[in-house]
Design a protein around this ligand. Structure first.
Ligand code: C2E
Ligand code: MG
Ligand code: MG
Ligand code: MG
Length: 284
């Protein structure tokens, strides 16, 4: 009897596993198709200078709208793309799209592009980036590459080789989701970056949790001590914005300012912002 029950439990488990494997394979083949057909769109989330509220840049974020399944969040499809190697092509497409779009922004904003460890450690990463900059005509100092600490953990030397040449040409490097990866401080000593981005989880909890508030303060001190800019991610309300301004945080991103938008909206925002600046300068 117990044996029969165990047998059916094992069978059930096996069926579950099979279903998961099939679903995963289906997702992967649909993703492959979407990447090949150019169905992965790029949306842009504004980044603002906290001191004066000015738009300084946009973060490029991959968007996949599946005809049957609807919107699939990047947190679901990026890991799949990384596991099956598709991320190299997907990442290149996002980079190309982002640089092409940024070249049309009249305000000269920067574009920040997320780079996966797999992509960074693929052969010719630096040449690919240089080629895209040449082809799109975007000035290197308007491109910022966002990497996570885990990219550095994987192979610090390889990351250094891939990124130092680009950095010499003016491309900026940001450490994304800072504080959530491994051995952040060790890497900050050995790896030159232009910016750190405080992870949303700390910003989210800073007004309710003393620990998070202390971590935000410490990260700001650390960044500024190292002479790098600090961006806060995931700013959702005025109180968070105020606290960050008080503490001297440089830039911010979050739903309080805006969610990611289409390229048309980003272009319009850039135009409106550069116009209002011109107006302020030239209006009598
Ligand atoms: P990330 O690079 O840390 O991007 C910020 C994420 O936080 C975005 O989610 C953004 O929409 C979300 N966000 C921004 N402001 C707020 C806020 O105020 N509140 C909350 N709750 N969320 C906010 P998204 O677009 O879903 O992307 C998730 C992650 O997927 C990204 O995190 C990034 O790690 C990855 N990702 C997205 N696009 C790409 C890509 O083209 N390449 C790679 N390698 N990864 C990407
Ligand atoms: Mg990012
Ligand atoms: Mg982030
Ligand atoms: Mg994140």
């Amino acid at each position: 009897r117990a044996k029969a029950e165990l047998g059916s439990a094992v069978r059930f488990f096996q069926e579950e596993m099979d279903a998961q494997v099939r679903e995963r394979a289906h997702l992967e083949s649909e993703l492959r198709r979407a990447v090949t057909k150019g169905d992965i769109a790029v949306h842009y989330q504004p980044q603002v200078d906290l001191a004066n509220g000015e738009l300084t840049g946009f973060e490029a974020l991959a968007r996949w709208n599946h005809i049957e399944w609807g919107d699939i969040p990047p947190e679901r499809f990026i890991p799949v793309a990384e596991e099956c190697g598709l991320i190299v092509e997907l990442g290149r497409n996002v980079l190309f799209q982002a640089c092409t779009d940024a070249a049309t922004w009249s305000g000269g904003e920067t574009v920040s592009v997320n780079v996966s460890p797999v992509q960074l450690h693929s052969v010719d990463f630096a040449q690919t980036v240089e080629g895209i900059l040449l082809e799109t005509g975007l000035a290197p100092n308007r491109l910022e590459l966002e990497i996570t600490e885990n990219t550095l953990v994987r192979d610090l030397q390889a990351a250094q080789v891939a990124l130092s040449g680009l950095r010499e040409k003016g491309v900026r490097i940001a450490l994304d989701d800072f504080g959530t990866g491994y051995s952040s401080l060790y890497h900050l000593r050995n790896f030159k970056v232009d910016r750190i981005k405080i992870d949303r989880s700390f910003v989210e909890a800073m007004d309710t949790e003393a620990e998070s508030a202390a971590i935000v303060r410490a990260l700001l001190g650390l960044g500024h001590g190292l002479g790098v800019k600090v961006t806060a991610e995931g700013v959702e309300d005025a109180a968070q914005r105020q606290a960050l301004i008080r503490q001297g945080c440089d830039d911010a991103q979050g739903f309080y300012f805006s969610a990611a938008m289409t390229v048309e909206d980003a272009r319009a925002l850039s135009l409106a912002q550069s116009r209002s600046l011109v107006d302020e300068t030239y209006d009598p």
